[in-house]
Design a protein around this ligand. Structure first.
Ligand SMILES: [Zn+2]
Length: 159
């Protein structure tokens, strides 16, 4: 068996002036919270996961490819970027996902179950193989000060 691990990171600033957009994290809508800035839905969890998949495949999706999908084809749903990254896994199968979220707001813990379910469907991975932790950042970093959200992801894949 060959094992590979991919590390992914992403961060976005809040865009409290934007009343059109909703906060989406891991494919789950958080009602009555400020959205994140970005051309896409700015789903920082899915972007971090996309980067972790790229960490395994070596094929980067966020940046040139996702910008093209977003700006030229109007695809703003980050689930499509994840799906694009998954295409390059070839014979590798994701066996585990661990994500760590840093933000002062919103409260992540009550939504962990829903996010796990969403990621389980998206990645075709059992919920028992997904770990999600969240920290408040203790007012230290921009994320801990409530200016945005940062997410780190580690994906393990096997062949
Ligand atoms: Zn992003």
């Amino acid at each position: 068996m060959i094992v590979k691990t991919g590390l992914g990171q992403d961060s976005h600033k809040f865009d409290p002036e934007n009343k059109e957009k909703k906060l989406v994290l891991g494919g789950i809508i958080f009602e009555n919270e400020p959205p994140l800035q970005g051309n896409s839905d700015a789903d920082v969890i899915l972007h971090s996961i996309t980067n972790a998949i790229s960490g395994i495949t070596g094929i980067n999706i966020l940046g040139e490819v996702s910008d093209k999908m977003c700006l030229q084809q109007g695809i703003t749903n980050s689930k499509v970027y994840v799906a694009e990254a998954l295409k390059y896994l070839n014979d590798f199968k994701i066996s585990h996902l661990s994500i760590s979220i840093e933000c002062q707001k919103p409260k992540i813990t009550p939504k962990i179950k829903a996010i796990k379910e969403s990621l389980s469907n998206l990645l075709n991975l059992s919920e028992s193989d997904i770990g999600i932790t969240a920290t408040s950042g203790e007012n230290l970093t921009p994320f801990g000060k409530g200016e945005g959200i940062q997410v780190l992801s580690i994906i393990t894949a096997v062949k």
